[in-house]
Design a protein around this ligand. Structure first.
Ligand code: GLC
Length: 430
């Protein structure tokens, strides 16, 4: 394997900073122009660790703008529609959250579901990069972050793990983890609509039409119930416990507990949530595949899907021998880090979004966690793979784990951010 120390990283670092500035719409970044023209929740949190490598104030602003869209019930939406844009579907009119039960006085237009809560973990990293500048900013965000996690624990954690009400909530839109629950939806009454994503990106790299019909059906289902969490929990056919949500939440709670200590705030409530998730996460362990997986709460069935979300267990501070074994097997089948789905699995598709490709952000979290758990060799390999991919193939949205083909959108914010904060040999953070 090529050693990344021989890379001339100066121009790549400069290109990554250029991408963050390019996608900066003033207070928030878009994931990439065209395909995703609004502010996305976890994309923004990753943008913050990128900005923190050269402009800490701007990093905090990114997080502050994200939390300025928080609903009264604590939910932080997955998309914030700061400006109108016809290039994306479904826009604010389809989500129609103005009457949402939990929205309260919030006036910013947004979607009605959330996304993996990485914000507290990444805010903690921004704080650690400059505690003096960060203390007041962290203090101001802290109650909002606690409220976000309180909402997750109250509205999504009835099984002990954290569940999703829409595939978009997991941030892994078309992962095989949802196949059973999605097949249970008959998308009648969705009506005619025009997809915009396939106007920007090759359709073979995107979810299928059958997936899309169900995404829209689920949006209409939530909208018809005024985004009332209790009604959706009771009535929706789609309710799947998700390793992405669960592991990122557990990690964020641990980081939030550190923030509580730094700010001399009480942490008993946070410690209680940590204990709940530490127990609940075991419900996601599938002994058959030896991995943490999505689990359909309506049937109790595992997805049978070995994914990069399962590999976030170390990011969450968990470890087990069998998971290490599975990881080594999957890494042996990938040329570029942890694939979103095991290349040996029946649903594998090397370019189709979350059914095979590798994603820089997932490699980042997985490898950081592994390094902390003492899996140094695996962590180093994943970091080198990610650096090599970006150096050779650019700042794409995702990549084939087989041949590194760059896929989806280009000039991607979180790929640039992860380069600056971690993958680049010049990265300070380790
Ligand atoms: C896609 C991804 C999701 C991401 C969004 C914006 O929907 O699956 O994780 O947040 O694009 O980049």
């Amino acid at each position: 394997m090529k050693d990344m120390t021989d890379l001339n990283t100066g121009p790549l670092d400069e290109e990554a900073r250029r991408i963050l500035r390019l996608n900066d719409k003033g207070g928030y970044t878009v994931p990439t122009a065209g395909l995703y023209p609004y502010q996305w929740n976890w994309d923004s949190a990753f943008a913050a660790i990128g900005f923190a490598t050269f402009d800490t104030d701007r990093a905090w602003v990114e997080l502050e703008t994200l939390f300025s869209a928080q609903w009264d019930n604590g939910m932080v939406p997955h998309i914030i529609f700061h400006v109108d844009d016809d290039g994306y579907f479904p826009g604010p009119d389809v989500w129609s959250t103005s009457n949402a039960v939990g929205r309260g006085a919030q006036r910013l237009k947004s979607s009605g579901v959330s996304q993996p809560p990485v914000a507290a973990s990444l805010a903690w990293k921004v704080y650690e990069s400059d505690p003096e500048l960060g203390e007041a900013r962290l203090r101001a965000l802290y109650p909002k972050m606690v409220a976000f996690h309180r909402w997750i624990m109250e509205a999504r954690a009835e099984s002990g793990a954290v569940c999703i009400t829409h595939p978009w909530e997991a941030g892994r839109d078309n992962a095989p983890d949802w196949d059973e629950a999605m097949a249970g939806i008959d998308p009648v009454g969705v009506g005619a609509y025009t997809r915009r994503d396939t106007g920007h990106v090759d359709a073979k790299m995107r979810p299928t039409q059958a997936d899309y019909d169900r995404y829209i059906w689920l949006v209409q289902f939530g909208r018809d119930r005024d985004w009332d969490d209790a009604k959706i929990a009771a009535e929706s056919p789609f309710r799947v416990a998700d390793p992405t949500m669960t592991f990122t939440c557990l990690r964020s709670l641990r980081d939030l507990a550190q923030a509580a200590d730094a700010l001399a705030e009480p942490r008993a409530e946070i410690d209680g949530w940590i204990a709940t998730l530490e127990a609940g996460v075991e419900t996601l362990w599938n002994p058959e595949t030896q991995s943490y997986e999505g689990r359909n709460l309506r049937t109790g069935n595992f997805s049978g899907s070995v994914s990069n979300a399962g590999a976030l267990c170390w990011w969450a501070g968990l470890d087990r021998e069998e998971a290490r074994h599975t990881l080594d097997q999957v890494l042996a089948r990938s040329n570029y880090g942890v694939p979103s789905y095991d290349p040996a699995g029946p649903a594998f598709d090397h370019l189709r979004y979350w059914r095979g490709p590798v994603w820089a952000i997932m490699n980042y979290m997985a490898a950081k966690g592994m390094a902390e758990a003492g899996l140094g060799a695996q962590a180093d390999r994943i970091r080198r793979d990610t650096a090599r991919l970006i150096a050779e193939r650019g700042f794409a949205e995702y990549f084939s784990p087989v041949d590194g083909t760059p896929a989806g959108g280009g000039t991607f914010t979180w790929t640039a951010a992860v380069w600056l904060a971690w993958a680049s040999p010049s990265a300070q953070e380790n």
